[in-house]
Write a protein that binds this ligand. Sequence first.
Ligand code: HEC
Length: 148
Amino acid sequence: MLAVCLLTVMVTACGSSQEPPQVVEQIVVRERGAPDVAQTASAGTLDLVALGEDAFQTCTGCHSVAPDGRSAAGPNLYGVMGRKAGGLEGYSFSDAFAASDITWDEASMDGFLADPQGYIPGSEMLVGAVPDEEQRKAIIAYLAAQSK
Ligand code: HEC
């Protein structure tokens, strides 16, 4: 009797499981789509961003890149690329930053990170220079990725 009951349950389960596999198939289709999207972003860029994230660990003591805009000792850097230097509201920049007429792009960010004091004399970012060009490139790619 018990065996018959079990068999009935299994048959019922089998019969009713005809729809779930269709749902699973849909999920698989979506998962296949994701890598395609990532591939169009070019593997090289993704590697550079990952390298930049590692290199940025020397900056996290002072800078957050979180979208919530919270600043620490240094200004929040979410969306910094394309922004005016010293333009983040709610953070008290040095006069040197406030007076500068720089909009952050690859060239200006590279110059600043190579020598913050030399690029913006009077900058209060006293540490954080990145002498290595490749590392600067990676950090800039990472910063560019931290935006909307
Ligand atoms: C000891 C703290 C400290 C560290 C470490 C530090 N910074 Fe800064 N950073 C600052 C301060 C303070 C400012 C604002 C300077 C001013 O107002 O003169 C700043 C400004 C900046 C700005 C300009 C932001 C804007 O809105 O214009 C960028 C970009 C930046 N830092 C990137 C970095 C990167 C990348 C690193 C790591 C390689 C780093 N910083 C490491 C303190 C720091």
